[in-house]
Design a protein around this ligand. Structure first.
Ligand code: 9Z3
Length: 320
């Protein structure tokens, strides 16, 4: 068998981004998860979700963050599971999580009450107030079913370094199942970082005056992912802009550069109701109408439906 190619990005990753101590253990877990579900006839999707954190000091007090609530990734995970996929959910610690996302804005104590007739004694029974959480039973049921059938493997990251190394490990772990693997890269990833060798150890002192930062460019991880780490997989990246006039051009440019299968293009302010799925041959606008919004339809349902259909075609083309 041919040796896997070593790209210059591999070297940079090893030298300038601290390797998380548990990366090999996580890689084995992901490989076993993928092999198990592929053998059972399921496709496996790796979803990245949430924003990366870039430390400014090695004993970190300050850091730069990328905006992402994690809602896109968390809700997409649920729709992929409903479509028959097993999901590896590589997400920022404490960003939104599948199923529990529905209750993220709630104060837990507002949703609980004492069983009627009982007061606050040490052995009293506490129950959920179903008026506050009318759909809790339905969500809990689905959450428990998914947990029992082990369809969701959660992996956490905090920093950009953890994200990059864990994504590489995931790509290598999923390469064993070829075209059955999908990458759905919805995380908001920093373009800039301070290399370990240039990072001050201690807290930057304001007594030294205004802070000027010089940051390096983060290596374009999509390139080795598509070419070297998981060359048979179906790969989707996301493109986020705040200026709608440059969005599609940037999405097309990403497709031309990395030669992956699709880009989901979105603008920050309208991301909940409008995205464009761009492929080399097509451009599908997905839009929620007022009627959809009234019925609480989520755009991730449309995105996942579009991409799972395209993945099916991709798998059959690879097989033929
Ligand atoms: C996205 O564009 C996601 O759709 C959002 C979802 C982060 C906007 P939320 O988590 O938001 O539901 O609040 N993700 C990709 C963002 C990104 O950093 N893309 C880079 C770029 O556009 C390429 S990896 O250059």
């Amino acid at each position: 068998m041919a040796e896997p190619r070593i790209s210059s990005i591999d070297g940079k990753l090893a030298e300038e981004f601290a390797v998380p101590s548990h990366v090999e253990e996580v890689k084995e877990k992901m490989a076993a998860f993928a092999a198990h579900h592929a053998a059972a006839g399921r496709q496996v999707v790796l979803i990245t979700s949430g924003g990366t954190k870039v430390p400014l000091e090695s004993r970190t007090v300050r850091f730069l963050d990328n905006f992402s609530s994690g809602r896109r990734g968390a809700s997409s995970a649920e729709y992929f599971i409903e479509s028959g996929y097993a999901v590896i959910f590589l997400h920022r610690h404490r960003s939104l999580y599948p199923y529990t996302r529905m209750f993220s804005t709630m104060n837990m104590l507002d949703a609980l009450k004492f069983r009627s007739g009982e007061g606050a004694s040490s052995n009293c029974e506490v129950v959920v107030n179903q008026q506050v959480l009318p759909n809790i039973a339905k969500v809990l049921k689905r959450y428990q079913e998914v947990k029992e059938s082990r369809l969701l493997l959660p992996i956490e990251f905090n920093t950009l370094s953890e994200y990059l190394h864990l994504l590489k490990a995931a790509a290598q772990a999923l390469s064993t199942i070829g075209s059955k693997a999908m990458f759905y890269l919805a995380a908001a990833v920093s373009d800039f970082y301070i290399p370990a060798s240039e990072m001050p150890e201690h807290k930057i002192q304001s007594s030294n005056g205004p802070l000027q930062l010089s940051m390096n460019m983060v290596p374009k991880i999509l390139s080795p992912l598509v070419k070297d780490w998981a060359p048979q997989a179906f790969v989707i990246s996301f493109k986020l802009e705040t200026d709608a006039t440059i969005l599609l051009d940037k999405a097309r440019r990403a497709l031309d550069t990395y030669r992956h299968q699709a880009v989901v293009a979105n603008v920050l302010d309208s991301r909940r109701g409008y995205v464009v799925v761009v492929t080399p041959e097509t451009q599908d606008e997905l839009l929620l109408t007022e009627e959809d919004e009234k019925n609480e339809v989520e755009i991730e349902c449309r995105i996942v439906s579009n991409l799972t259909s395209a993945h099916k075609v991709f798998i059959s083309q690879q097989a033929g």
